[in-house]
Design a protein around this ligand. Structure first.
Ligand SMILES: Cc1cc2nc3c(=O)[nH]c(=O)nc-3n(C[C@H](O)[C@H](O)[C@H](O)COP(=O)(O)OP(=O)(O)OC[C@H]3O[C@@H](n4cnc5c(N)ncnc54)[C@H](O)[C@@H]3O)c2cc1C
Length: 405
């Protein structure tokens, strides 16, 4: 059998985290393998702003994530395609009068973030990695197995039998990471008992560059602004609901679903005119106990999944990528193997605490807004109104959510 090709770093999964990591490492003399099971996003994305033409998976990117994509040379392709900057955010409680309004002017920023279709992010990053001299793309190719070789390098076998070796194996293969499972990482996880319905909807009134979020007793509902064509206005919805309520909503006729959604968002954007097909994603909080072992690192959803209510999942994943790339490249300059445990532990130390903090905060929010007890409802309404009037605290919250602190 021919010797397995040797790479300094093999990244499994070319979603947002995997492609961003490959692009971050490129150009520094490291040999990088990027392995992706699904065909990478088509270069030609549909341009007409019509209901059926939007990706129903979108991400609210923080200014910090946008800056990172810009540094990687991927932002321009996204901007040339389409995205929607949002400048305001309105969050309110279904059970009372509590409301918080965030406006970019409060933190002297031109915007709070950008809503971007996931396939547009992957496509822009794929454009960078497929042109990169240091990156060998295995696509479509599925990792079938991996075996550690006495802390020398990991031997990887792809479906079909091709083999490779890597000093550092990176799991960027998503929430149900096979790499994490095959290499024996433990996770702490719990089911939220929620699924999220995602879809694109056409709304009657302009969305005012605002991300709208209403906390209902059954779970949070977000309507995120999308680009329109001047005549028609579109939003992407992420409607998290108790599991038992989801199938009924998915089964409704479009007109009935739109009416339910309009009620749930209190008609803030007028009539919900139409909806694209709807999909539901199970929501589970999952956090790997360790992110690293000798020769292996987890990034993005392979390391952590978080409730989408604050749209932080891939923003945290992109920060993992930035820190891991920094540590690997700093080590490479000093002749240290990218798989060295000490180097990888520095990555873990720098990322785990921050991810944990954000996950705990999202969990707390979700639980607080589920409470029906009168004192708690009163407290959270008073709390929301209080934060809304408290300039410095509100600014601090905003800067943190924008990735600026
Ligand atoms: C409803 C919902 C709304 C969300 N909204 C937001 C938001 O507004 N903002 C935000 O920041 N985050 C959001 N998130 C989270 C965000 O979508 C994820 O954090 C992000 O997509 C994870 O990216 P990733 O690259 O880590 O993993 P993935 O996107 O899951 O990519 C993993 C890749 O690995 C590949 N793969 C898997 N197994 C193998 C294998 N064996 N061999 C080869 N390839 C393999 C897969 O094909 C896939 O391409 C949301 C999540 C949900 C569910």
């Amino acid at each position: 059998m021919a010797d397995a090709a040797h790479f300094d770093v093999a990244i499994i999964g070319a979603g947002i985290a995997g492609t961003a990591l490959a692009a971050s490492l490129n150009g520094n003399g490291l040999a990088i393998a990027l392995v992706e099971a699904a065909p990478l996003a088509a270069a030609e994305l549909p341009t007409a702003c019509t209901l059926s033409n939007f990706d129903s998976r979108v991400s609210a990117l923080t200014p910090r994530s946008r800056q990172q994509l810009q540094t990687l040379g991927a932002w321009q392709a996204i901007a040339d395609y389409r995205q929607c900057a949002y400048r305001h955010m309105t969050v309110w409680d279904a059970e009372g009068t509590g409301q918080i309004d965030f406006d970019c002017a409060e933190v002297n920023a031109p915007l709070l973030g950008h809503i971007v279709e996931n396939r547009a992010i992957v496509s822009a990053l794929a454009g960078q990695v497929s042109a990169a001299a240091d990156i060998t793309l295995f696509n479509p190719a599925r990792l079938e197995s991996c075996a550690m070789q006495q802390a020398v390098a990991t031997q990887l076998t792809l479906e079909g039998g091709a083999t490779l070796q890597a000093d550092l194996l990176v799991a960027a293969d998503g929430a149900l990471s096979r790499v994490r499972e095959m290499t024996g990482f433990d996770t702490r996880e719990w089911d939220y008992g929620h699924r999220a319905i995602v879809a694109t909807v056409e709304v009657e009134y302009p969305h005012q560059d605002t991300a709208w979020q209403r906390f209902l007793p059954s779970g949070p509902l977000a309507m995120l602004p999308l680009p329109g064509d001047g005549q028609r206005h579109y939003c992407s919805i992420v409607w998290s609901l108790q599991d038992s309520l989801v199938d009924e909503l998915l089964d409704l006729e479009d007109a009935e679903f739109c009416a339910e959604l309009q009620r749930a968002i209190e008609g803030r954007l007028g009539r919900i005119v139409a909806s694209s097909p709807r999909f539901a994603f199970p929501l589970r909080q999952r956090h790997a106990v360790d992110y690293v072992k000798p020769g292996i690192a987890l990034v993005g959803d392979a390391a952590h999944t978080i409730h989408p209510l604050a749209g932080q999942g891939i923003n945290l994943g992109l920060q993992d990528v930035a820190v891991l790339a920094q540590e690997v490249l700093a080590g490479h300059e000093r002749g240290i193997s990218p798989g060295q445990l000490e180097l990888l532990r520095r990555y873990q130390r720098r990322r785990k605490g921050e991810n944990l903090l954000m996950m705990a905060a999202m969990d707390g929010f979700k639980r607080l807004f589920e409470q029906q007890a009168l004192p708690l409802r009163w407290l959270r309404n008073v709390g929301m109104r209080g934060v809304n009037q408290m300039g410095p605290l509100k600014q601090q919250l905003m800067r943190h959510a924008m990735g600026l602190d």
